[in-house]
Design a protein around this ligand. Sequence first.
Ligand code: 5GP
Length: 113
Amino acid sequence: MPTLFEKIAAREIPADIVYEDDLCLCFHDINPQAPIHLLIVPKKPIVRIAEAKPEDKETLGHLILTAQLIAKQEGFEQNGFRTVINNGQDGGEEVPHLHLHILAGRKMTWPPG
Ligand code: 5GP
């Protein structure tokens, strides 16, 4: 059964996609928590950090370098941004297909809620 994000990658569910390559996809979150809220999703449906395998190392590193690329592409590299990966119930994970949130366009607070 494909995940929600696999369906977005397959264009079965619409999304505002801003970037795609062989390993990942980046699109706007449907319920933004900041003026800019993007999700970077690996095409491989790794469930969550806790279930990632050693062979996922390249894909996981690629997500972070893609965040750098998107920050340049979308113009918020200078002002800064936050990346978040929610993991499991206490981590606030809703979609069981690993994804990196990018939040930008306002000053973030710390600690997060
Ligand atoms: P999580 O809580 O799992 O870290 O994040 C899941 C994110 O996916 C949430 O921020 C939620 O708003 C977003 N989301 C859920 N369904 C959809 C959808 O159908 N399209 C898009 N673009 N984002 C979604």
